[in-house]
Design a protein around this ligand. Structure first.
Ligand SMILES: C[S@@+](CC[C@H](N)C(=O)[O-])C[C@H]1O[C@@H](n2cnc3c(N)ncnc32)[C@H](O)[C@@H]1O
Length: 281
């Protein structure tokens, strides 16, 4: 008989909330320790308690943002481009782009978490061509108290506004109807020839075996309506889509795949996601 583990006795949703509370508390302690020791982070570094609210990775806010910027530049981003960051979180990409996008280049980001957008407004104070919006949409994972539906949300920008749209670790938390509507909105707000970088967890038969054997960061054992969830009662905690569904959703919006970078999430404990670069016809 395996030894009693009090954490395992809790329902998965409570474990998930407990984990987030723990991460935020731990971040707060680290922030306080830095402050007490006189360690001052670089400008526009969010407190670690916020960083831990959107990701469980630690200490790489600037490094991972810089890697993402280089990846975008390698895939066609230019300093004069207008970029939209959907689900911008606490501005990981925004801060990395402040030294790159320059007028007429500009950045717009939106998110559903009030605390994240409140923090991001500091970026606008220093860089007025970087703008952020809070949108009132419900997510059981990130904003359970809101009532707006992502499946009916119209992005607050005119048609053909952006050269680049980015979603990192966003569709990994969105249900099929919401994801489908966002793809339609992305196709609408992209300029002709504009590009979009999207990360997913893409499920294939081979990955089902690997993830099911516990080799990866997730098992995605729970079949939902058009997705695989890590937690049956909280699908928006982390979900995967079958490969044919992802390809069909992109094709239906005439978003042509120009690059595909498979992630390692099914085979290693790292939450390395699958990345598509797509282009509007
Ligand atoms: C894992 S975090 C990633 C944040 C950021 N993209 C990054 O890579 O640092 C997921 C983000 O998606 C946001 N999000 C979830 N559902 C959303 C929705 N329907 N619309 C916009 N943002 C959403 C969350 O609030 C959260 O900030």
């Amino acid at each position: 008989m395996s030894p009693f583990n009090p954490r395992r006795a809790l329902p998965p949703t409570l474990r998930r909330w407990g984990r987030t509370a723990y991460e935020v508390a731990r971040g707060s302690v680290l922030d306080a320790a830095d402050w007490a020791a006189g360690r001052r982070p670089p400008p526009l570094t969010p407190p670690r308690r916020l960083w831990r609210l959107v990701t469980n990775k630690s200490n790489d806010f600037h490094d991972s943002g810089a890697r993402l910027r280089e990846f975008l530049v390698a895939n066609g981003l230019r300093p004069d481009h207008h970029l939209l960051d959907v689900g911008c979180g606490i501005g990981r990409l925004a801060v990395a782009l402040t030294g790159y996008l320059s007028p007429p280049g500009a950045y717009d980001g939106f998110d559903i978490m009030p605390v994240a957008i409140r923090w991001c407004r500091r970026i606008t104070e220093r860089h007025p061509n970087f703008r952020f919006r809070l949108v009132d949409l419900k997510s059981d994972r990130y904003r359970p108290s809101a009532t707006g539906r992502a499946s009916a949300f119209v992005f607050p920008y005119p048609d053909a506004t952006f050269d680049f749209v980015v979603l990192t670790s966003v569709f990994t938390h969105m249900l099929p109807a919401d994801m489908g509507n966002y793809l339609s909105q992305i196709a609408r707000v992209l300029k002709p020839g504009g590009r979009c970088l999207i990360s997913y967890y893409v499920m294939t038969p081979e990955r089902r075996v690997a993830a099911g054997a516990g080799r990866g960061a997730f098992s995605f054992a729970h079949r939902g309506d058009g997705y695989w969830a890590e937690l049956a009662e909280l699908p928006e905690a982390a979900l995967a889509y079958d490969e044919p569904d992802v390809l069909a959703a992109l094709e239906a919006r005439k978003l042509k795949i120009v690059e595909y970078f498979p992630g390692e999430w099914a085979h290693t404990p790292q939450q390395s996601q699958d990345v598509f670069v797509v282009q509007k016809a």
